[in-house]
Design a protein around this ligand. Structure first.
Ligand code: PFF
Length: 442
C-alpha cells in the first residue's frame, strides 16, 4: 500500500520543507518583540536552552513517528499502537488544530499580500505615522479587502500543495527558503550600517537577568514550541515523507538551527532600524505593519527595503501555511481516500470559508488562536513525547534513528527527556496558559 507514497527526494528537500514550516510570522515578527520585552540576551539564552533540550527531542519524536508509521499524523498512531486507541486523540487534535490555525494564520498572511502590493505600488511612502496607523486599522477592520487577500493567499497555498510532496511542497520550498535567507541577510547588513545599530543590538543581546522570572521562562518555552511548529503533528506528517536513508537527528538539528537563526536575524534586521528612527521597540502587533513602514519612509532605498521585507514576510507565511494545509490534505487523501486534487480543493474551500468568518467575526480569530496554542498544541506535545518515550521505547527509537547506517549515542538521554523532562515542562506551559501558575510564580 505504501510503495507509491510520495516522498522528499533529498536531504535539502526535507530541510527546506520542514524549515519552511517552522520559519514563519512567529520568527520574523513575534520573536524579536518578545525577546526585546523579556530581558534581551537573558531571554535568548533560556530560549536556546529550550530549543536544544526540549524542542529538538520533540521534533525528532514527531519525525520518528511519521517515518515509522509511513502515515500522516492522523493514521500514524493507529498503525504504531493499534491497541492504544487513546493516542488517536493526537491525530484528531493535530488535524483540527491545523485546520483552525490555518483559518486565522491565512488572514494575517493575506495582510502581508496586501502590504507587499502597497510596497510595490509605492503607497507606503510619504505617509505620516498617523496615516499609516489609520491605514492599517481601516484595512484590518474592513471586510472585503482582507477577504480578497485571504482568497489570493489561499489560492497560492493550494497551488503549491496540489502539486504533492516532491512536485509541490519540495519544489517551491527549495526555491523560496534560500530567497528568504538572502533577503533577511540583505536586511541585516542594511540594519547594521544604520546609526542605531549598536543600540539595537544591545537591546537584543544584552542579558538583563532582572527581567527574568517564572513567567518569562515559560514564555520562552511556548515561543520555542510555536516557532518550531511542534506539538501538532505537522512535523510528523512531513516525517512520513522522509526516506529511510535520511538521518532524522541531523534533520531535527538543522531545522531547529535554521529556525533559531532566522528569528535572531529578524531581530538584527528590525531593532537597529527601530532605534535609528526613534521608534518604540515594544510596539506590539503594529510593529510590522505600522511601525516598519514609517522606518522605510525615512530610509535611503526605503522603497526596495519595504518590498524586500514584505516579500520576506509573505514567503515565511506561505511556507508555514503550506505545511498546515498539507496536514489536512494528507488526512483527507489517506482516511477518506479522495485524490490529492479533490482533497486540496475541499480543504482549501473549507479553510477559506472559516477564514472568511474569522475576518467578519474577529472574536473567532482570537478564540481559534487561543484554543489551538493554549490547549491543543501543549496537550499533543505531551502525548507525542510520552508516546515515543514510553511506548515506542529505546530499542525502536534507536533502530529508527540508526536506519541510515550511522550510530546515535544519545538515545539514552533522549529517552529520559521524552519520558520525563519534556512532558513535565510542557505541562508547566499548559498550566501557565490556564492561569494555574500565576498564583505561584511571579
Ligand atoms: N512555526 C510558525 C511560525 O513560527 O510562524 C507557525 C506555525 C506554523 C505554528 C505551523 C504551527 C504550525 F503548525
Amino acid at each position: 500500500m505504501n510503495q507509491k507514497r510520495d516522498s522528499f527526494s533529498d536531504k535539502f528537500g526535507v530541510i527546506a520543507a520542514a524549515a519552511g514550516s517552522a520559519i514563519g510570522l512567529g520568527n520574523i515578527w513575534r520573536f524579536p518583540y518578545v525577546l526585546g520585552e523579556n530581558g534581551g540576551g537573558a531571554f535568548l539564552l533560556i530560549y536556546l536552552f529550550f530549543i536544544v533540550a526540549i524542542g529538538v527531542p520533540v521534533m525528532l519524536s514527531e519525525l520518528l513517528i511519521g517515518r515509522r508509521a509511513q502515515r500522516s499524523v492522523f493514521g500514524a498512531f493507529k498503525i504504531l499502537a493499534p491497541g492504544l486507541k487513546f493516542f488517536k486523540v493526537v491525530g484528531v487534535m493535530g488535524v483540527s488544530a491545523a485546520f483552525l490555525i490555518l483559518s486565522f494564520y491565512a488572514v494575517v498572511a493575506g495582510w502581508t499580500v496586501e502590504y507587499t502590493m502597497l510596497a510595490v505600488g509605492n503607497q507606503l511612502v510619504d505617509k505620516t505615522p498617523v496615516e499609516l496607523s489609520d491605514m492599517f486599522a481601516d484595512f484590518s477592520s474592513s471586510v472585503w479587502r482582507p477577504i480578497l487577500y485571504l482568497l489570493v493567499f489561499m489560492a497560492m497555498t493550494a497551488g503549491i500543495v496540489i502539486g504533492g510532496v516532491k512536485n509541490g511542497i519540495e519544489k517551491y520550498t527549495k526555491v523560496l527558503m534560500p530567497i528568504l535567507f538572502v533577503i533577511i541577510l540583505v536586511l541585516c547588513v542594511n540594519a547594521l550600517l544604520l546609526d542605531g545599530a549598536v543600540e539595537g543590538l544591545s537591546f537584543l543581546f544584552q542579558p538583563d537577568f532582572s527581567k527574568i522570572n517564572g513567567i518569562v521562562v515559560l514564555e520562552a518555552l511556548g515561543q520555542a514550541f510555536f516557532s518550531l511548529s511542534i506539538g501538532m503533528g505537522i512535523i510528523a506528517t512531513y516525517g512520513s515523507y522522509i526516506q529511510k536513508k535520511e538521518n532524522l537527528l541531523n534533520t531535527a538539528i538543522s531545522v531547529s538551527v535554521a529556525d533559531t537563526l532566522i528569528a535572531v536575524l529578524a531581530g538584527v534586521a528590525i531593532f537597529p532600524a527601530v532605534f535609528a528612527f526613534g521608534i518604540q521597540p515594544d510596539a506590539g502587533p503594529g510593529l510590522v505593519f505600522v511601525t516598519l513602514p514609517n522606518i522605510f519612509n525615512q530610509m535611503f532605498g526605503g522603497y526596495f527595503f519595504a518590498i524586500a521585507f514584505f516579500v520576506l514576510l509573505l514567503i515565511a507565511a506561505l511556507t508555514s501555511s503550506v505545511s498546515l494545509l498539507e496536514v489536512v490534505v494528507a488526512y483527507i487523501t489517506e482516511e477518506i481516500h479522495l485524490s490529492r486534487q479533490k482533497a486540496t480543493l475541499l480543504a482549501t474551500v473549507m479553510v477559506t470559508f472559516l477564514g472568511v468568518f474569522c475576518v467578519i467575526y474577529p472574536f473567532l480569530f482570537d478564540s481559534f488562536d487561543y484554543v489551538t496554542s493554549n490547549f491543543m498544541l501543549p496537550i499533543s506535545g505531551i502525548l507525542i513525547s510520552v508516546f515515543v518515550g514510553w511506548i515506542i521505547g529505546k530499542q525502536h527509537t534507536k533502530e529508527e534513528l540508526e536506519a541510515h547506517g550511522g550510530s546515535v549515542k544519545i538515545v539514552g538521554v533522549l529517552i529520559v527527556i521524552l519520558k520525563i523532562v519534556a512532558p513535565f515542562a510542557i505541562a508547566l506551559v499548559f498550566m501557565k496558559n490556564l492561569g494555574l501558575l500565576d498564583l505561584f510564580i511571579r
